[in-house]
Write a protein that binds this ligand. Structure first.
Ligand code: HEM
Length: 430
């Protein structure tokens, strides 16, 4: 057995401060010395490293986002730098096996988000068996990993079949998204019965999480498609500098602030009157893989680029204003400017919480980058959120000359996991 499970924490002195953390020796199992040295070389204190120990205080180090709560983390919580989003097809037809999977997933997610290894860890306690954890996150910090879980329409009904006895529990808001003008959707990059959005500041931590969940799912669910994202294109923390998208513009200026509980209750969280009861405190997620015609964009004049958005490129200020946060004068923008069309004043007050990421997935074989925005939006009801917004944008937005929607999915994201006795989707199966 690795020493990881025998000696778990000790106090480490750093610059006069005392922080409780896993001891260096705690990491020295078979091969553990290399891991500890690698981590030290990476500049971290041993205190913040992943270990198999439940007693390691990763969550107290300010680097782990709490997993348990009224709402799932990864929606209103601060946006991390990296994304690995995965949609799964459920392959089992057995309801009990599906429930067991969700219980196992939840237990693994609680551990990984706290910076722990899955199960008995990457070294494990039996060398004759494959270890529970795949190991590539050993020595890495929790990196603010959040894992956000959702269920797609196919879980309730597929090919006319009520596969798991859930058909009557399908929320009315979990619609099949309509076809929008100019959509060019690839079925292989769309849909899914389940989804997990993994966000972290370290890409390896996000990928490790999805990989381990996929591994646990073997024989019960399989990845249908997944998407890596490298640069956040949104912000839920208005004080932070707004990131830029692949078109070079600040993206996320006017998003819902993750600390604005009134706005979250109004626009993001499902309320008691909305129903169904199992979704109260949850939200609806729309994901769209939006490819950008980067090469065309890069040959477009700065004036045209700024007209397309209705904001300037350097500062992100709305037309006629000086600062990014100045109130936009929509009438000063071109009628087909993206911001003018998407602004709540043009849409009966509709607001969505955007949480997208940039992607670049190599080239398309024709010498063009396969790059764009993996758009993610959360809302209380897509019928009063993404659907009317996108209906308008798809028809009128000047941006359409430079983008194309190539993937699409919708998921109902249940409320948060309350405690260790709760699990993803428990209220749905109750
Ligand atoms: C590749 C596609 C897209 C790009 C590059 C893009 C880019 C931008 C940029 C640069 C802004 C201005 C800064 C800001 O307030 O965040 C913005 C605002 C916004 N976008 Fe997009 N966007 C895209 C797709 C979409 C889609 C599909 C929707 C919804 C269906 C959407 C909804 C919004 C909303 C609601 C705003 C804020 C408007 C306001 O309140 O002023 N965007 N977008």
């Amino acid at each position: 057995m690795s020493e990881t499970t025998t000696e778990q924490t000790e106090n480490t002195q750093t610059a006069g401060k005392t922080t409780a953390g896993p001891s260096r020796r705690a990491l020295l199992g078979w091969g553990g010395a290399g891991l500890a040295l690698g981590a030290a070389a990476a500049g971290g204190t041993a205190a913040a490293l992943r270990t198999g120990s439940d007693a390691s205080p990763a969550a107290s180090l300010g680097d782990a986002v709490p997993f348990y709560g009224a709402h799932q983390a990864g929606i209103a919580t601060a946006v991390q730098d990296r994304l690995h989003f995965a949609a799964f097809d459920v392959t089992t037809t057995d309801r009990a096996a599906l429930i067991k999977l969700l219980q196992e997933w939840t237990a693994a997610a609680a551990r990984m988000t706290a910076g722990h290894e899955v199960g008995t860890g990457a070294i494990g306690d039996n060398a004759e068996l494959p270890p529970d954890d795949t190991g590539e996150a050993l020595g890495l910090k929790p990196s603010r990993l959040t894992l956000t879980f959702g269920v797609g329409p196919g879980l309730f009904e597929k090919d006319g079949k009520d596969r798991f006895g859930l058909k009557a529990r399908r929320p009315q808001a979990l619609i099949d998204l309509p076809a929008f003008p100019k959509d060019n959707l690839d079925a292989a990059r769309s849909g899914g019965d389940l989804c997990v959005q993994a966000c972290a500041d370290d890409p390896q931590v996000a990928v490790h999480a999805i990989r381990n969940l996929a591994r646990i799912a073997m024989g019960r669910a399989a990845i249908r498609w997944s998407q890596l994202g490298f640069g956040k294109t949104s912000s839920t923390t208005p004080d932070a500098q707004t990131p830029r998208n692949m078109m070079g513009f600040k993206d996320g200026t006017r998003n819902i602030d993750g600390s604005d509980t009134a706005a979250l209750d109004k626009h993001v969280w499902v309320g008691e009157k909305d129903g169904p009861a199992w979704m109260v405190g949850g939200s609806y997620l729309v994901a769209r893989r939006i490819r950008m015609h980067i090469e065309t964009w890069d040959r477009t004049s700065l004036t045209e680029q700024e007209d397309v958005f209705g904001r300037d490129k350097a500062e992100g200020a709305p037309v006629g204003k000086r600062k990014e946060r100045d109130e936009p004068n929509l009438k000063a923008m071109k009628p087909d400017a993206h911001v003018r069309l998407a602004h709540p004043d043009s849409n009966n007050g509709i607001r969505i919480l955007r949480r997208g990421y940039s992607f670049t997935d190599g080239t398309d074989g024709l010498g063009r980058l396969d790059a764009g925005l993996f758009f993610i939006a959360y809302q209380r009801d897509v019928r009063d959120g993404f659907v009317p917004l996108q209906t308008k944008l798809a028809r009128e937005d000047a941006l359409n000359e430079y983008i194309q929607h190539v993937g699409s999915a919708i998921f109902a994201v249940p409320p948060g996991v309350r405690d260790a006795g709760d699990w993803w989707g428990k209220s749905l199966f109750a």
